[in-house]
Design a protein around this ligand. Structure first.
Ligand code: PGA
Length: 251
């Protein structure tokens, strides 16, 4: 039996103002107040991090950014650093989401950004996942091997607890076309085995993401190698997200 505590994280993407985030976190805190055994995180846009962190204080809900730049400061218009994220009260960040990779984020940048986040004391959820073409070509597991090895290239074995990896097939993100529990299990088990080249592997949290909803979450999260989920669309509704959090809690 694994002793891993699942994580259910809500990726709000480019939705919500600071005022929305305050209301959202307050209602989420009430909705999940009686849930235990699962870690809850929300990932608001940068401008709402501080409001979310303030509203979530004392609730046990963690606040993560959606991305981070590897430099501590500098001439990087539109970017923000790990130290800046930390200064908002947020305690972690996503790195390498497929929407960031599609906008040009490279494997090397993902590795450097994971490193910069950890150096600043932030926790990290690093994302990986294949395209539909890669899946149909039978290239999924090789692709994940490359992304996981590259992303963890600068991480040391004793940092496992500060990192989780989210497996998010690109074809399942925002499409309503969720991976089957078997597909999620196979990929998450593979991610864990690749990460085990660096960590002990068994203690690493590996999440599934891509069209997770209250209807499919329990079956996905019941897979032995799926330790919760990264949730986009359904996380914008506190009721739906709370139902998904409950699906991640141990029986
Ligand atoms: P989705 O997004 O749940 O809307 O598919 C998941 C994600 O992008 O993290």
């Amino acid at each position: 039996m694994s002793t891993r505590t699942p994580i259910v994280a809500g990726n709000w993407k480019m939705f919500t103002t600071a005022a929305d985030a305050t209301a959202h976190c307050r209602s989420l805190a009430e909705l999940v107040a009686d849930v235990s055994g699962v870690e809850v995180a929300v990932c608001p846009p940068y401008i709402a991090l501080e409001a979310a962190a303030t509203a979530a204080e004392g609730s046990g809900i963690s606040v993560f950014a959606q991305a981070v730049h590897e430099a501590a400061e500098g001439a990087h218009t539109g970017e923000i650093s790990a130290g800046m994220i930390l200064s908002t009260g947020a305690t972690g960040t996503l790195v390498g989401h497929s929407e960031r990779r599609a906008a040009g984020e490279t494997d090397d940048q993902v590795a450097a950004r994971v490193r910069a986040a950890l150096d600043a004391g932030l926790r990290v959820i690093m994302c990986c996942g294949e395209s539909l073409e890669q899946r149909e070509a039978g290239a999924t597991l090789d692709w994940l091997t490359g992304q996981v090895r590259a992303g963890l290239a600068q991480v040391s074995p004793d940092e496992q607890d500060a990192i989780a990896i989210a497996y998010e097939p690109i074809w399942a993100i925002g499409t309503g076309r969720v991976a089957s529990p078997q597909q999620a299990e196979e990929a998450c088990a593979h991610v864990r085995s690749v990460a085990a080249e660096r960590f002990d592997g068994d203690g690493l949290r590996v999440l599934y993401g891509g069209s997770v909803s209250p209807d499919n979450a329990a079956e996905l999260f019941a897979q032995p190698n799926v330790d919760g989920g990264l949730v986009g669309g359904a996380s914008l509704d506190p009721q739906k997200f709370a139902a998904i959090v409950r699906a991640g809690a141990p029986d």
